[in-house]
Design a protein around this ligand. Sequence first.
Ligand code: AMP
Length: 392
Amino acid sequence: MKILSVNAGSSSLKFTLIELPSRETIASGLFEKIGMEGSFYTIKYNGEKIQKECSLKDHSVAVSKLIDELLENKIVTSLEEIEGVGHRILHGGSEFTESTLLNEEVLKRIEKYNELGPLHNPANIMGVRAFMKVLPKVPNVGVFDTTFHQTMKEEEFLYPVPYEWYTEYGVRKYGFHGTSHRFIYKTISEYLKRDDLKVISCHIGNGGSLCAINSGKVVDTTMGFTPLAGIMMGTRSGDIDPSIIPFVMKKTGKSAEEIVNDLNKKSGLLGVSGISSDGRDVEDAANNGDARAILAQNMYAQKIANYIAMYNNLLEGADVITLTAGVGENSKTMRKMIIERIKSLGVKIDDDKNDFRGEFRLISTEDSKIPVYVIPTNEELMIALDTMDLIS
Ligand code: AMP
């Protein structure tokens, strides 16, 4: 069966058409600047690439264009071939503990969490409604970033703040990147043929989070009420002392929103290095001796290592450490820097095995106390697999 896996943003729509159960990607693409001047789209299939500029007034127009292109280029021969559409949805609050078949009533329930994910949720829902309009007979499934983390216990997901903030306003840790962490757990547990693994999953890309997983259930994760918490990221600060916010507000005259924007968009690797949020640029600068780039890299690696050590304690000894996403899959330098900082756990990297990019591989030495695997993530496939399960 063919399943479309979709990630709709406020002005974009990313899709992958996947054949199941073979897991083959048939086509993928991106519609950009939807509702703006200069909108365009790119579709890749079968070694071909289509790139066109065209007016895309809203997401429904983009979906109609996508369907036209799939038919015109014979990527599908009829619409009946598309049996389901799976949608990435950022936030399902505490309510959605599994991927869910979508209808208007369910969308209304998801909309309650828009204020917890204001940049993504309304756009994700807009994408669902566009498919409901253009392909009314095809079932839609919502796959949430938050659901995998809903197994955390109260003692892990609560903040030590007035309890009423939780009961009245829903202030708690939700966690994100759940679809990626779930895919990684599924991949490593299938590979090692064990469903009782204790895994520390490190998703380190432009955004980043770690997740402590025991037997498929999340024990703790580093992102929190929002994706701003946890490790240092490309442009996000990760954990900081919250008193910094009113202090810098007074010093700069900026509003709370402006400071939070600085913490989301001008901090992390970018803020410390002053060069870039991209690990490659920071690495180049560090190799040329730039002191702040070296500082940024050291801080980045150390914060990840600290959380790995913490999660090893929480899991009472991890069986596996996994690295994924842009940095984890591609940067041998950062992988080495992180693993060198967890030598107290008896973890050792094999430099020869670590010399590659973007593949599933073991990178630790034979005598490493905990094996370390690099596993390319595939959230689109996970969304498609959930969709297949729910519509079958
Ligand atoms: P993602 O968010 O998973 O798409 O990851 C994107 C990020 O991965 C980019 O912003 C880069 O910082 C990082 N990245 C990709 N390739 C490399 C590399 N070879 N070395 C360091 N960082 C990389």
